[in-house]
Design a protein around this ligand. Sequence first.
Ligand SMILES: Cc1cc2nc3c(=O)[nH]c(=O)nc-3n(C[C@H](O)[C@H](O)[C@H](O)COP(=O)(O)OP(=O)(O)OC[C@H]3O[C@@H](n4cnc5c(N)ncnc54)[C@H](O)[C@@H]3O)c2cc1C
Ligand code: FES
Length: 331
Amino acid sequence: MTKIKIHPDGPVFDCREGDTILRAALRAGLGMPYSCNVGSCGNCRFELLDGEVLHQRTDAPAWSERDLKRNRWLGCQAAPKSDCTIKFRQDPSTVCRDRPEIRTAELVSITPVTRDINEFTFRIPAQDGFRPGQYALITPPDVEGGRAYSMANLAGDGTWSFMIKRVPGGAATGCLFEQATPGDEMTIDGPYGTAWLRADSERDIVLAAGGSGLSPMVSIARGALAQGMLDNQTLHFFYGARTSSDLFDPEAVLGKELAGKIRFTAALSEAETGWSGPSGLLPNVIAQTMGPALCEQELYFAGPPAMSAAIQKTAYEAGLQMDRMHFDEFF
Ligand SMILES: Cc1cc2nc3c(=O)[nH]c(=O)nc-3n(C[C@H](O)[C@H](O)[C@H](O)COP(=O)(O)OP(=O)(O)OC[C@H]3O[C@@H](n4cnc5c(N)ncnc54)[C@H](O)[C@@H]3O)c2cc1C
Ligand code: FES
């Protein structure tokens, strides 16, 4: 166990062996900026004033030689080797309502959702709280570094379900799709993420998911229904896929009641002849469908980085304020 002090007169928190500074800060109830938790976004960068740390992921894309020269490290990857003093701007908006915990969880079922997305459901021991839209880090056996996957269900029944898209040649998805079977145990660390459902907002809701971004949007839609938000608020659910073979049946995945209460739009970027729905890139379909009303929504989105950046740009150009756009960066 090491002690981490936040400069100049911030709190001191404990970091267990094997843990990283970001995750230990969040477990201690502190607000440290972050998004991806896997070394790719750079939001968790801090300055090391005293002590020694080691990056768990040495090839983290958001970390450079320049950072090393300036003694800047990534909180999600930096494991302390001694007591440390660090400097970063605390952000109360990232304080976790449900403190993240590392658990050993049993895989209980695997259910196909689309051609290349399966839903993996784990039994979560003890505290299972999370907010709709949050994610956890799953470490399949023999994979180096946990991968981030968003929960698709709602907390409260002792399980966490993840809709996971198979990535050709991927280490974690290869293991999950080819080797994992019910009864297997895996390490799951969470919940994390700041793109959770704002249940106190009375605005209409737009959810936009591309491929692997489906899971958190399903959870948010389920959360909105459970909170009674859909009695007074309209929820537009946009799903972007390449071809019709990548689509799913909304009633089968969301349930009949939820599917009946939302406006679901599937858009294909490589539509085949005979497709009668919208085609083109998801941000364009959202802009065309929503028109000027886009600037009055609470917007949540998830999926490939290029798509997320384009949705953010579209919403910004439509006049939507940044504090009404909610997303965690997927990599
Ligand atoms: C916040 C967030 C939420 C996500 N939610 C979902 C979801 O709900 N469903 C879904 O299908 N996908 C989701 N992803 C993507 C997912 O985490 C993986 O990137 C994807 O499944 C590919 O993993 P892989 O191991 O199969 O592929 P690989 O190509 O083997 O791994 C690529 C990914 O793993 C990361 N990585 C590589 N090495 C390490 C390491 N040592 N330590 C940590 N990370 C490493 C890379 O940054 C890259 O993102 C999410 C990503 C993020 C950041
Ligand atoms: S790089 Fe650490 S949270 Fe993204």
